[in-house]
Ligand binder design. Structure first.
Ligand code: GAL
Length: 425
């Protein structure tokens, strides 16, 4: 059925109709269309989401692609809001974390309890995952994966050429950075966009403060914690990292930064494991052509970022059937394995055999479970897992302004974070 994608659009429609007829005749669901909003447009991401489209089309339904470029989905969320405000939301949209609750409160999301019950989601999913998928006790979204955010990636050839080891502490990282710079490399590849700045910052906070501190700061939004000496130290360390970056970083997309590590122009990148999707798409092998390690000082913790699709209420019955099929397919083993191997994440359901996954993914799965047991599993602030979107937006502004300004002191940034936290009260 994959060959579908190479057919002309007309032929595809006709085939879709024929198949819908066949399914209908067999007493099953009619073909419907699902419009899917997502932001997976980089090489690895696009390949991964193509798997879902193929599976849906193989069931005779139509996938209407609604891709909005922009890492971490900031632009996609703006577009979603305007579509919803005009009374025309897509059938499915990539919505992550507490934002699912915000959309649920607006009364716009459909109910997936039937699919969840038939697929035994309560049993399959870790509680931390399934809790996020429900609004008011009902399933309204389906999880695709679990990404780990606190990763450091490196090109081992570059490290070797400069004669440095993969750093495990900040001191080692800063020292390696200097040596790498002298050897002609960009020590740390980065794209200066608010979400990428926040992705690095949250890992530094986790490293210096530990998981309880991280939760007090980003989940409880505790003002004292946000202004504490530890937070000021984290802000200072974060800003020091800027010296390891290159001048071309403003506005650069994350996958271009990963490309610099792939090409050997840069040595390292701090980024979630969607970066692995780019290494994989470039034909590189984990542990050989590229290496992964937890961000210094965070090996016993796991910052999670769960991608999920929330389903909007639909009037059309065929479209509703197609939407339910999409939700069912997402948690089936075939999709969970293929998609996540391409995407760089681990399956949302921990019962699957991980033997086909690479060494970084295997480590991620082990560390996820260990962190769950040790209570060191923390939600990503930078990826909408920890707080409501208005507070997160304010945090992004402060973090980015501080990172790029030459005259804002760490103390001042900490104070502003504490003030922004009041927004949530
Ligand atoms: C994250 C998302 C990932 C990846 C990344 C870059 O927020 O969860 O799946 O796509 O953004 O776009």
């Amino acid at each position: 059925m994959r060959a579908f994608t190479t057919f002309s659009p007309l032929r595809k429609t006709l085939l879709g109709l024929a198949m819908a007829g066949a399914l209908g005749a067999a007493g099953q669901a009619q073909a419907g269309e699902v419009e899917v909003l997502h932001w997976w447009t980089s090489g690895g991401e696009a390949k991964a989401v193509g798997e879902l489209r193929d599976l849906l089309e193989a069931e005779g339904h139509e996938w209407k692609d609604f891709a909005v470029a922009g890492g971490a989905g900031d632009s996609a969320m703006t577009v979603l809001k305007s579509r919803a405000m005009s009374g025309n939301p897509p059938a499915a949209a990539q919505i992550n974390g507490p934002s699912i609750q915000e959309w649920g409160e607006l009364g716009l999301l459909g109910n997936l309890d039937g699919v969840a019950e038939a697929g035994n989601w309560d049993e399959l999913l870790p509680e931390v995952v399934s809790n996020m998928m429900r609004h008011d006790g009902h399933y309204v979204a389906v999880p695709v994966n679990v990404h780990r955010v606190n990763w450091l990636w490196a090109n081992p050839e570059v490290l070797e050429d400069a004669g440095v080891e993969m750093p495990t502490t900040w001191d080692e990282l800063f020292a390696a950075g200097e040596t790498l710079r002298d050897a002609g490399y960009v020590p740390l590849a980065h794209g200066g966009q608010p979400w990428q700045d926040a992705t690095i910052f949250e890992s530094v906070v986790l490293s210096l403060g530990g998981s309880d501190f991280y939760r007090r700061a980003f989940v409880d939004l505790d003002e004292k914690t946000l202004q504490s000496d530890t937070m000021i130290e984290a802000l200072t360390t974060f800003k020091r990292l800027r010296k390891l970056m290159d001048e071309g970083m403003p506005g650069r997309d994350w996958n271009l930064a990963t490309g610099m590590v792939i090409d050997g122009e840069a040595a390292m990148q701090i980024m979630g494991d969607w970066a692995k999707g780019e290494f994989t798409a470039a034909g590189m092998k984990a542990g050989e052509d590229y290496v992964c390690a937890p961000v210094p000082g965070t090996k016993d913790a796991f910052t999670f970022n769960i991608d999920s699709f929330a389903m909007f209420q639909l009037g059309d019955e065929e479209a509703r059937e197609a939407q339910k099929t999409l939700a069912r397919l997402i948690l089936e083993p075939e999709f969970q394995k293929t998609f996540n191997q391409i995407k760089g994440s681990i399956p949302a359901r921990p019962d699957l055999d991980m033997s086909g996954f690479d060494s970084c993914a295997k480590r991620s799965m082990q560390d996820f479970q260990a962190a769950r047991d040790a209570n060191t599993l923390v939600p990503s602030m930078a990826h909408r897992m920890a707080m409501r979107s208005d507070v997160q937006g304010a945090f992004f502004d402060i973090i980015t302004n501080y990172f790029n300004s030459s005259d804002m002191a760490a103390e001042q940034a900490a104070e502003r974070l504490a003030q922004a936290a009041k927004l949530a009260m």
